[in-house]
Design a protein around this ligand. Structure first.
Ligand code: HEC
Length: 105
């Protein structure tokens, strides 16, 4: 009985800890779609580095890709689906990534 109570309590605490965990920022969530080529932190692997780039610049580049001004390449395909709000979230996320840290969040 006592063991069951303790286990129940631990389970409850674990659930609390999980639910208390903050949701990832919107930009980070959206950056999952960029992972394969730019990394979710904008640092890799081999494609244009987005980490630490100016947020307005990233936003403007995405708008150009969206408008087809950069041709019909891979980025046109990846840019067209996002709203302006989402593009700002993405640009903000990548611009805030530290260029020197190696963490792959
Ligand atoms: C399948 C690979 C791929 C994916 C996924 C991808 N990109 Fe790209 N991205 C590229 C390539 C290749 C370029 C080089 C430019 C080009 O296509 O003209 C690029 C260029 C860019 C540039 C311009 C950078 C510069 O310095 O000129 C930005 C900004 C960018 N990508 C943002 C994103 C974002 C945001 C996402 C996710 C929503 C994303 N990309 C997903 C391949 C990818």
């Amino acid at each position: 009985m006592r063991l069951r109570f303790t286990l129940g309590l631990l389970g409850g605490l674990a659930a609390l800890a999980i639910s208390a965990h903050a949701a990832p920022p919107a930009g980070r969530l959206l950056a999952s779609n960029c992972f394969q080529c730019h990394g979710t932190d904008g640092k890799g692997p081999g494609f244009d580095r987005l980490a630490g780039k100016n947020a307005n610049e990233i936003y403007e580049e995405m708008k150009e890709f969206q408008a087809g001004k950069e041709g019909n390449g891979i980025m046109a395909k990846h840019a067209w689906i996002y709203t302006d709000e989402q593009l700002h979230a993405l640009a903000g996320w990548f611009s805030q990534q530290n260029l020197t840290s190696r963490s792959a969040r």
